[in-house]
Design a protein around this ligand. Structure first.
Ligand code: URA
Length: 196
């Protein structure tokens, strides 16, 4: 079995109890279908969004609505596709009316995200939007100040970027999201070379 297959199996095993919200502290409070993530289980680059929306909940896949289409287009511009990276969210269930996830919801999904990171072992994590960055680091941020600046989070390079949904509302900012995603891809390739 390849390392990618081994990691995929571990991820699938990790997700099983959560499918019935069994290990979720929110338990029956969390009614929607969980969207765990998808892509290459051995990816060097992991994208972390906020939470699934309606389309994601319907299809059980992350970033498949309008924001996801934009993400796919930007990845394609840099010869990258969804199978090269892993895509997930801070919170795995859709918050009612797409509101920002609460601290309680973020905490409920925290172990799951950390276990995903432990299994995948990405070299670079690119958070999409302020809420994803705050969810990961637990600290309030001003995304306009920190986007595009790589730091470390538990030994993994962390590159914050704007959320594609923000870019759909503010298309003039597209160049920033594109630059940050390109940087995340390049950093992940450089890190891969270092370890080969
Ligand atoms: N927005 C997110 O943050 N995540 C998704 O999966 C879709 C839209």
């Amino acid at each position: 079995m390849t390392q990618k297959e081994q990691k995929q199996k571990l991820l699938e095993k990790l997700y099983v109890p959560y499918k019935k919200h069994k290990d979720c502290p929110l338990g029956p409070l969390c009614k929607s279908t969980a969207v765990f993530g998808e892509g290459n289980a051995n990816a060097k680059l992991m994208f972390i969004g906020e939470a699934p929306g309606a389309k994601e909940e319907e299809l059980g896949r992350p970033f498949v609505g309008r924001s996801g289409k934009l993400l796919d287009k930007i990845l394609a511009a840099y010869d990258t596709n969804r199978e090269d990276v892993y895509i997930t969210n801070i919170v795995k269930c859709r918050p009612p009316k797409n509101r920002t996830p609460t601290k309680k919801e973020i905490n409920a999904c925290k172990d799951l995200l950390h276990n995903q990171i432990k299994i995948i072992k990405p070299k670079v994590m690119c958070t999409l939007g302020a809420s994803a960055l705050e969810g990961l680091t637990g600290k309030p941020v001003k995304i306009t100040k920190v986007r595009g600046i790589p730091t470390k989070h538990k030994d993994v390079i962390l590159l914050p970027a704007y959320h594609p949904a923000y870019i759909l509302r503010n298309p003039k900012q597209l160049e920033f999201l594109m630059a940050d995603i390109r940087e995340a891809i390049e950093l992940s390739k450089k890190q891969q070379l270092k370890h080969n």
